[in-house]
Design a protein around this ligand. Structure first.
Ligand code: GLA
Length: 370
Protein backbone atom coordinates (compact mmCIF):
# COMPACT_ATOMS: atom_id res chain seq x y z
CA UNK A 1 0.00 0.00 0.00
CA UNK A 2 1.18 3.44 -0.83
CA UNK A 3 1.45 6.20 1.74
CA UNK A 4 -1.90 7.98 1.33
CA UNK A 5 -3.73 11.00 2.74
CA UNK A 6 -0.49 12.97 2.72
CA UNK A 7 -2.74 16.05 2.74
CA UNK A 8 -5.99 16.37 4.73
CA UNK A 9 -8.68 14.61 2.65
CA UNK A 10 -11.21 16.88 0.91
CA UNK A 11 -14.66 16.08 -0.39
CA UNK A 12 -18.31 15.71 0.55
CA UNK A 13 -20.25 13.38 2.85
CA UNK A 14 -24.00 12.77 2.87
CA UNK A 15 -24.72 12.68 6.60
CA UNK A 16 -25.02 16.31 7.75
CA UNK A 17 -27.80 17.09 5.31
CA UNK A 18 -29.33 13.81 4.21
CA UNK A 19 -28.87 11.38 7.13
CA UNK A 20 -30.72 8.22 5.96
CA UNK A 21 -32.04 9.73 2.71
CA UNK A 22 -29.16 8.58 0.56
CA UNK A 23 -29.59 7.26 -2.97
CA UNK A 24 -27.86 6.50 -6.24
CA UNK A 25 -29.41 9.64 -7.76
CA UNK A 26 -28.21 11.88 -4.92
CA UNK A 27 -24.65 10.62 -5.21
CA UNK A 28 -24.55 10.92 -9.00
CA UNK A 29 -26.01 14.43 -8.97
CA UNK A 30 -23.61 15.47 -6.22
CA UNK A 31 -20.64 14.09 -8.16
CA UNK A 32 -21.77 15.92 -11.32
CA UNK A 33 -22.20 19.19 -9.45
CA UNK A 34 -18.82 18.93 -7.74
CA UNK A 35 -17.08 18.47 -11.07
CA UNK A 36 -19.08 21.05 -13.01
CA UNK A 37 -18.95 23.85 -10.44
CA UNK A 38 -15.30 24.17 -9.59
CA UNK A 39 -15.24 22.05 -6.42
CA UNK A 40 -13.07 19.31 -7.90
CA UNK A 41 -10.67 21.94 -9.25
CA UNK A 42 -10.51 23.44 -5.76
CA UNK A 43 -9.46 20.03 -4.36
CA UNK A 44 -12.71 18.37 -3.24
CA UNK A 45 -12.20 14.97 -4.79
CA UNK A 46 -14.10 12.51 -2.55
CA UNK A 47 -17.84 11.79 -2.57
CA UNK A 48 -18.91 9.66 0.41
CA UNK A 49 -22.10 7.90 1.42
CA UNK A 50 -22.55 7.82 5.18
CA UNK A 51 -24.84 5.51 7.19
CA UNK A 52 -28.08 3.87 5.98
CA UNK A 53 -26.92 2.61 2.57
CA UNK A 54 -27.62 -1.07 3.31
CA UNK A 55 -30.39 -3.43 4.34
CA UNK A 56 -30.99 -4.36 7.99
CA UNK A 57 -29.65 -7.89 7.47
CA UNK A 58 -26.67 -9.48 5.78
CA UNK A 59 -27.41 -12.09 3.09
CA UNK A 60 -27.12 -15.85 3.65
CA UNK A 61 -23.37 -15.66 2.97
CA UNK A 62 -22.87 -12.91 5.49
CA UNK A 63 -22.41 -10.17 2.87
CA UNK A 64 -23.67 -6.63 3.33
CA UNK A 65 -26.55 -5.86 1.00
CA UNK A 66 -26.97 -2.37 -0.47
CA UNK A 67 -30.59 -1.21 -0.14
CA UNK A 68 -32.03 -2.02 -3.60
CA UNK A 69 -34.53 0.83 -3.44
CA UNK A 70 -31.89 3.45 -2.67
CA UNK A 71 -29.17 1.89 -4.83
CA UNK A 72 -30.90 -0.03 -7.63
CA UNK A 73 -27.64 -0.27 -9.61
CA UNK A 74 -25.64 -1.57 -6.65
CA UNK A 75 -22.54 0.06 -5.22
CA UNK A 76 -19.97 -1.05 -7.80
CA UNK A 77 -21.79 0.68 -10.67
CA UNK A 78 -22.11 3.83 -8.58
CA UNK A 79 -18.43 3.76 -7.64
CA UNK A 80 -17.58 3.33 -11.35
CA UNK A 81 -19.69 6.38 -12.17
CA UNK A 82 -18.03 8.48 -9.47
CA UNK A 83 -14.60 7.34 -10.67
CA UNK A 84 -15.49 8.18 -14.27
CA UNK A 85 -15.89 11.79 -13.10
CA UNK A 86 -12.35 11.85 -11.73
CA UNK A 87 -13.55 11.56 -8.13
CA UNK A 88 -12.93 9.12 -5.31
CA UNK A 89 -15.75 7.21 -3.65
CA UNK A 90 -16.30 6.75 0.09
CA UNK A 91 -18.56 4.52 2.16
CA UNK A 92 -19.46 4.01 5.85
CA UNK A 93 -19.37 1.10 8.30
CA UNK A 94 -19.01 0.57 12.03
CA UNK A 95 -16.60 -1.26 14.32
CA UNK A 96 -19.37 -2.70 16.47
CA UNK A 97 -22.28 -5.03 15.92
CA UNK A 98 -24.45 -2.27 14.39
CA UNK A 99 -23.95 1.12 12.77
CA UNK A 100 -25.21 4.14 14.70
CA UNK A 101 -28.47 3.97 12.74
CA UNK A 102 -28.89 0.24 13.45
CA UNK A 103 -27.62 -1.41 10.26
CA UNK A 104 -25.25 -4.40 10.42
CA UNK A 105 -21.80 -3.49 11.79
CA UNK A 106 -18.53 -5.01 10.66
CA UNK A 107 -17.50 -6.71 13.91
CA UNK A 108 -16.60 -10.33 13.09
CA UNK A 109 -16.94 -9.59 9.35
CA UNK A 110 -14.03 -7.18 8.94
CA UNK A 111 -12.14 -9.21 6.32
CA UNK A 112 -15.25 -10.03 4.35
CA UNK A 113 -16.41 -6.39 4.34
CA UNK A 114 -12.97 -4.97 3.55
CA UNK A 115 -12.68 -7.38 0.60
CA UNK A 116 -16.14 -6.34 -0.58
CA UNK A 117 -15.26 -2.64 -0.29
CA UNK A 118 -12.05 -3.17 -2.27
CA UNK A 119 -13.96 -5.08 -4.97
CA UNK A 120 -16.50 -2.28 -5.22
CA UNK A 121 -13.68 0.24 -5.66
CA UNK A 122 -14.09 2.13 -2.39
CA UNK A 123 -11.41 4.79 -1.76
CA UNK A 124 -12.40 5.90 1.75
CA UNK A 125 -14.03 4.04 4.62
CA UNK A 126 -15.54 6.06 7.44
CA UNK A 127 -15.59 3.66 10.37
CA UNK A 128 -17.89 4.51 13.26
CA UNK A 129 -17.92 3.22 16.83
CA UNK A 130 -21.54 2.70 17.89
CA UNK A 131 -22.52 -0.65 19.45
CA UNK A 132 -18.89 -1.49 20.07
CA UNK A 133 -18.38 -4.99 21.37
CA UNK A 134 -17.93 -5.41 25.11
CA UNK A 135 -14.73 -7.24 25.90
CA UNK A 136 -12.94 -6.02 22.77
CA UNK A 137 -10.85 -2.90 23.33
CA UNK A 138 -11.39 0.25 21.27
CA UNK A 139 -7.88 -0.04 19.89
CA UNK A 140 -8.40 -3.62 18.83
CA UNK A 141 -11.71 -2.90 17.13
CA UNK A 142 -10.07 -0.31 14.87
CA UNK A 143 -6.99 -2.49 14.43
CA UNK A 144 -9.10 -5.35 13.10
CA UNK A 145 -10.46 -3.23 10.25
CA UNK A 146 -7.17 -1.40 9.67
CA UNK A 147 -5.45 -4.73 9.18
CA UNK A 148 -8.25 -6.10 6.96
CA UNK A 149 -8.10 -3.00 4.74
CA UNK A 150 -4.32 -3.22 4.36
CA UNK A 151 -4.58 -6.87 3.41
CA UNK A 152 -6.86 -5.98 0.47
CA UNK A 153 -3.91 -4.20 -1.13
CA UNK A 154 -6.16 -1.31 -2.22
CA UNK A 155 -5.37 2.27 -1.18
CA UNK A 156 -8.33 3.06 1.05
CA UNK A 157 -8.36 6.12 3.30
CA UNK A 158 -9.35 4.79 6.73
CA UNK A 159 -11.39 7.45 8.51
CA UNK A 160 -11.81 6.54 12.17
CA UNK A 161 -14.48 7.97 14.41
CA UNK A 162 -14.50 8.18 18.16
CA UNK A 163 -13.45 5.82 20.92
CA UNK A 164 -12.37 6.14 24.51
CA UNK A 165 -9.10 7.40 25.93
CA UNK A 166 -8.15 9.96 23.28
CA UNK A 167 -8.27 8.41 19.81
CA UNK A 168 -5.59 10.87 18.65
CA UNK A 169 -3.07 9.02 20.82
CA UNK A 170 -3.49 5.59 19.23
CA UNK A 171 -5.61 5.76 16.09
CA UNK A 172 -2.68 6.21 13.71
CA UNK A 173 -1.23 2.93 14.97
CA UNK A 174 -4.44 1.19 13.85
CA UNK A 175 -3.82 2.32 10.29
CA UNK A 176 -6.27 5.22 10.34
CA UNK A 177 -5.54 8.32 8.23
CA UNK A 178 -7.87 10.60 10.21
CA UNK A 179 -9.79 10.38 13.45
CA UNK A 180 -12.76 12.20 14.92
CA UNK A 181 -11.88 14.24 17.99
CA UNK A 182 -15.39 14.80 19.31
CA UNK A 183 -19.08 13.97 19.09
CA UNK A 184 -21.19 15.19 16.20
CA UNK A 185 -21.14 18.74 14.88
CA UNK A 186 -24.40 20.67 14.50
CA UNK A 187 -25.21 23.73 12.44
CA UNK A 188 -24.65 26.38 15.13
CA UNK A 189 -21.81 28.68 16.19
CA UNK A 190 -21.73 27.03 19.65
CA UNK A 191 -21.17 23.63 18.08
CA UNK A 192 -18.51 24.92 15.66
CA UNK A 193 -16.69 26.53 18.58
CA UNK A 194 -16.91 23.42 20.70
CA UNK A 195 -15.52 20.98 18.15
CA UNK A 196 -13.21 23.40 16.32
CA UNK A 197 -11.45 25.11 19.22
CA UNK A 198 -11.52 21.77 21.07
CA UNK A 199 -8.90 20.57 18.58
CA UNK A 200 -6.32 23.09 19.78
CA UNK A 201 -3.58 21.51 21.83
CA UNK A 202 -3.73 18.25 19.87
CA UNK A 203 -1.67 19.54 16.93
CA UNK A 204 1.35 17.38 17.73
CA UNK A 205 -0.67 14.23 16.97
CA UNK A 206 -1.56 15.19 13.40
CA UNK A 207 0.47 15.36 10.21
CA UNK A 208 0.85 13.79 6.78
CA UNK A 209 -1.13 10.54 6.57
CA UNK A 210 -2.86 10.98 9.96
CA UNK A 211 -5.13 13.97 10.63
CA UNK A 212 -7.16 15.27 13.55
CA UNK A 213 -10.80 15.46 12.40
CA UNK A 214 -13.09 17.97 14.14
CA UNK A 215 -15.96 16.49 12.01
CA UNK A 216 -17.48 17.24 8.65
CA UNK A 217 -18.29 20.86 7.95
CA UNK A 218 -21.67 22.56 8.27
CA UNK A 219 -20.82 25.49 5.97
CA UNK A 220 -23.88 26.31 3.87
CA UNK A 221 -26.42 24.17 5.69
CA UNK A 222 -28.34 27.34 6.60
CA UNK A 223 -30.45 25.49 9.13
CA UNK A 224 -31.52 22.90 6.55
CA UNK A 225 -31.10 19.14 6.52
CA UNK A 226 -30.36 16.77 9.37
CA UNK A 227 -27.79 18.57 11.54
CA UNK A 228 -29.08 21.90 10.17
CA UNK A 229 -32.44 21.38 11.84
CA UNK A 230 -30.71 20.43 15.08
CA UNK A 231 -28.36 23.44 15.13
CA UNK A 232 -30.57 26.06 13.49
CA UNK A 233 -28.02 27.69 11.19
CA UNK A 234 -25.17 30.23 11.18
CA UNK A 235 -24.41 33.62 9.67
CA UNK A 236 -22.11 33.96 6.65
CA UNK A 237 -19.36 35.34 8.92
CA UNK A 238 -19.70 32.32 11.19
CA UNK A 239 -19.45 29.90 8.25
CA UNK A 240 -16.41 31.82 7.02
CA UNK A 241 -14.74 31.55 10.43
CA UNK A 242 -15.67 27.85 10.60
CA UNK A 243 -14.04 27.13 7.24
CA UNK A 244 -10.96 29.20 8.09
CA UNK A 245 -10.59 27.42 11.44
CA UNK A 246 -10.72 24.00 9.76
CA UNK A 247 -8.03 25.16 7.31
CA UNK A 248 -5.82 26.44 10.14
CA UNK A 249 -6.25 23.08 11.92
CA UNK A 250 -5.14 21.10 8.81
CA UNK A 251 -8.51 19.38 9.18
CA UNK A 252 -10.08 17.18 6.53
CA UNK A 253 -12.39 19.46 4.51
CA UNK A 254 -15.56 17.45 4.05
CA UNK A 255 -18.54 19.49 2.91
CA UNK A 256 -21.88 18.53 4.41
CA UNK A 257 -24.42 20.75 2.68
CA UNK A 258 -26.55 19.93 -0.35
CA UNK A 259 -23.94 21.03 -2.87
CA UNK A 260 -26.54 21.13 -5.64
CA UNK A 261 -28.00 24.18 -3.88
CA UNK A 262 -24.74 26.03 -3.16
CA UNK A 263 -25.24 29.81 -2.93
CA UNK A 264 -22.61 32.23 -4.33
CA UNK A 265 -21.55 33.23 -0.77
CA UNK A 266 -21.04 29.61 0.26
CA UNK A 267 -19.16 28.83 -2.94
CA UNK A 268 -16.84 31.74 -2.27
CA UNK A 269 -16.13 30.47 1.24
CA UNK A 270 -15.56 26.84 0.25
CA UNK A 271 -13.54 27.59 -2.87
CA UNK A 272 -11.12 30.08 -1.33
CA UNK A 273 -7.98 28.64 -2.87
CA UNK A 274 -5.63 30.60 -0.60
CA UNK A 275 -7.27 29.20 2.52
CA UNK A 276 -7.36 25.72 1.01
CA UNK A 277 -3.63 26.03 0.29
CA UNK A 278 -3.09 26.71 4.01
CA UNK A 279 -5.04 23.56 4.90
CA UNK A 280 -3.18 21.51 2.28
CA UNK A 281 0.26 23.00 2.93
CA UNK A 282 3.16 20.60 2.36
CA UNK A 283 4.52 20.98 5.88
CA UNK A 284 1.28 19.45 7.26
CA UNK A 285 1.59 21.28 10.59
CA UNK A 286 -1.74 22.19 12.23
CA UNK A 287 -2.05 25.59 13.93
CA UNK A 288 -1.11 26.07 17.55
CA UNK A 289 -2.68 28.58 19.89
CA UNK A 290 -0.50 31.44 21.09
CA UNK A 291 -0.31 31.18 24.86
CA UNK A 292 -1.56 34.24 26.70
CA UNK A 293 -3.56 35.55 23.72
CA UNK A 294 -7.23 34.97 23.15
CA UNK A 295 -7.70 32.76 20.12
CA UNK A 296 -4.70 33.79 18.09
CA UNK A 297 -3.51 30.84 16.02
CA UNK A 298 -0.29 30.30 14.11
CA UNK A 299 0.35 27.66 11.45
CA UNK A 300 3.90 27.26 10.14
CA UNK A 301 3.95 26.84 6.34
CA UNK A 302 6.39 24.96 4.15
CA UNK A 303 7.66 28.05 2.31
CA UNK A 304 8.94 29.62 5.54
CA UNK A 305 5.95 31.91 5.98
CA UNK A 306 3.27 31.60 8.64
CA UNK A 307 -0.54 31.57 8.54
CA UNK A 308 -1.84 33.70 11.40
CA UNK A 309 -5.46 33.68 12.52
CA UNK A 310 -7.30 36.06 14.82
CA UNK A 311 -10.61 34.52 15.90
CA UNK A 312 -13.13 36.67 17.73
CA UNK A 313 -15.48 34.27 19.49
CA UNK A 314 -17.49 37.03 21.11
CA UNK A 315 -20.64 38.43 19.48
CA UNK A 316 -19.30 42.02 19.19
CA UNK A 317 -16.28 43.39 17.35
CA UNK A 318 -13.03 43.90 19.21
CA UNK A 319 -9.40 44.74 18.59
CA UNK A 320 -7.02 41.82 18.61
CA UNK A 321 -3.25 41.96 18.81
CA UNK A 322 -0.52 40.12 16.96
CA UNK A 323 3.09 40.06 18.06
CA UNK A 324 5.90 38.39 16.14
CA UNK A 325 7.89 36.85 18.95
CA UNK A 326 5.47 34.03 19.66
CA UNK A 327 5.98 32.35 16.32
CA UNK A 328 9.72 32.12 16.37
CA UNK A 329 10.49 35.58 15.02
CA UNK A 330 12.04 38.57 16.79
CA UNK A 331 9.57 41.17 18.13
CA UNK A 332 11.22 43.82 15.99
CA UNK A 333 11.13 41.89 12.70
CA UNK A 334 9.41 43.45 9.69
CA UNK A 335 6.55 41.26 8.54
CA UNK A 336 4.29 41.55 5.48
CA UNK A 337 0.65 40.61 5.99
CA UNK A 338 -1.60 39.34 3.23
CA UNK A 339 -5.30 38.89 4.09
CA UNK A 340 -6.36 35.58 2.52
CA UNK A 341 -10.11 36.17 3.03
CA UNK A 342 -10.24 39.71 1.57
CA UNK A 343 -7.42 38.75 -0.86
CA UNK A 344 -5.63 41.98 0.02
CA UNK A 345 -2.07 43.02 0.84
CA UNK A 346 -1.99 44.99 4.08
CA UNK A 347 1.63 46.00 3.71
CA UNK A 348 4.45 45.88 6.22
CA UNK A 349 4.24 45.73 10.02
CA UNK A 350 6.95 46.07 12.66
CA UNK A 351 6.63 44.89 16.27
CA UNK A 352 3.22 43.33 15.62
CA UNK A 353 -0.18 44.65 14.59
CA UNK A 354 -3.54 45.44 16.18
CA UNK A 355 -6.60 44.77 14.08
CA UNK A 356 -10.35 45.05 14.37
CA UNK A 357 -12.14 41.71 14.15
CA UNK A 358 -15.93 41.50 13.82
CA UNK A 359 -17.97 39.31 16.19
CA UNK A 360 -17.98 35.55 15.47
CA UNK A 361 -15.48 36.22 12.69
CA UNK A 362 -11.84 35.88 11.93
CA UNK A 363 -8.96 37.41 10.03
CA UNK A 364 -6.43 35.08 8.44
CA UNK A 365 -3.07 36.32 7.18
CA UNK A 366 -0.23 34.83 5.30
CA UNK A 367 2.64 36.47 7.16
CA UNK A 368 6.07 36.68 5.58
CA UNK A 369 9.17 38.14 7.18
CA UNK A 370 10.88 40.67 4.96
C1 GLA B 1 -22.44 9.01 14.15
C2 GLA B 1 -21.36 9.81 13.44
C3 GLA B 1 -21.99 10.69 12.37
C4 GLA B 1 -22.76 9.83 11.39
C5 GLA B 1 -23.80 8.97 12.13
C6 GLA B 1 -24.45 7.95 11.23
O1 GLA B 1 -23.28 9.82 14.88
O2 GLA B 1 -20.64 10.58 14.37
O3 GLA B 1 -21.00 11.44 11.70
O4 GLA B 1 -21.86 9.01 10.68
O5 GLA B 1 -23.19 8.26 13.21
O6 GLA B 1 -25.40 7.16 11.89
Amino acid sequence: MAMIALKPPMGWNSWNTFSGNVSDTLIRETADYIVENGFLDAGYDIVSIDDCWMLRDRDENGNLVPDPEKFPNGIKALADYVHSKGLKFGIYEDAGTMTCAGFPGSFGHERQDAKQFAEWGIDLLKYDFCYSTPGCSDVNLYRRMGQALRETGRDIIFSGCWGNDGVWKWMRSCGAHMWRLTGDIFDSWESIEKVGFGALGLEAYAGPSGWNDPDMMVVGLNGQGYVGHIGGGCTTNEYQAHFALWCMLSAPLLMGHDVRKTTPEVKEILQNKELIAIDQDDAGIPAYKIPGYSDVLAKPLADGSMALGLFNREPNWKYMALSWDYCGWEVTDRVKLYDVIAHKDLGEFKCGATLRVEGHSCLIFKATRI
